[in-house]
Design a protein around this ligand. Structure first.
Ligand SMILES: CC(C)(COP(=O)(O)OP(=O)(O)OC[C@H]1O[C@@H](n2cnc3c(N)ncnc32)[C@H](O)[C@@H]1OP(=O)(O)O)[C@@H](O)C(=O)NCCC(=O)NCCS
Length: 164
């Protein structure tokens, strides 16, 4: 996407911008949380932001390790600024998060997805895990990304020199 840059938040300013956008979307727009969407996972999270022209934060998503099993990571708080929706930014962020998880060689990447977004994730190759449940008065579904970990041994084998 021209003029857009995906970047891990690594300054206080970039983190604050992401938290501000999250608050606009999950507190003010969706009323999913009363005053703040911050929780105990924020301190362990990485934030992936997408900036337009280097200065407009158009979307953000967070990823964090499971508290009981650090080989499992969760994605969440996916938010695209309202006036930038339906331009592919959500998909771009989801794919950036999956790429980051592959780089970190996590074993599983899960997300608690709002029911109205399940089809979007299915289109990107994610699978449902378990049944629908309610979280903060909104129906949700746990979903899992296909990290193609099963391809790894094949890739390794293909690097072996060909016997002639
Ligand atoms: C969900 C959200 C992140 C999607 O971001 P986005 O940038 O608008 O999504 P994209 O432009 O990448 O759209 C991806 C696809 O989903 C479809 N889509 C996205 N939002 C949709 C909606 N509300 N209704 C119908 N279709 C929708 C798009 O048409 C597109 O389909 P296509 O690939 O066939 O063209 C964004 O709407 C948002 O921030 N919503 C509020 C917060 C939220 O619900 N977060 C997700 C929690 S799981």
């Amino acid at each position: 996407m021209r003029n857009y840059e995906v970047k891990l938040a690594d300054t206080d300013q970039e983190v604050a911008a992401a938290l501000h956008l999250r608050r606009q979307v999950f507190v003010e727009e969706q009323h999913m949380f009363h005053a703040s969407d911050a929780d105990e996972h924020d301190e362990d999270s990485i934030l992936i932001n997408i900036w337009k022209n280097g200065s407009i934060l158009t979307g953000t998503v967070r990823c964090y390790p499971d508290k009981k099993d650090a080989t499992v990571w969760w994605g969440g708080r996916l938010a695209v600024r309202a006036e930038y929706r339906l331009r592919g930014i959500g998909v771009y962020l989801i794919e950036a998060a999956v790429a980051e998880m592959k780089l970190r060689q996590v074993r599983r990447f899960l997300a608690q997805v709002q029911q109205q977004n399940v089809n979007l994730f299915i289109k990107l190759g994610w699978k449902t895990v378990g049944d629908e449940f309610w979280f903060h008065d909104h129906p949700h579904q746990i979903m899992e990304a296909d990290l193609h970990v099963h391809d790894a041994p094949n890739r390794k084998r293909s690097k072996q020199p060909v016997q002639s």
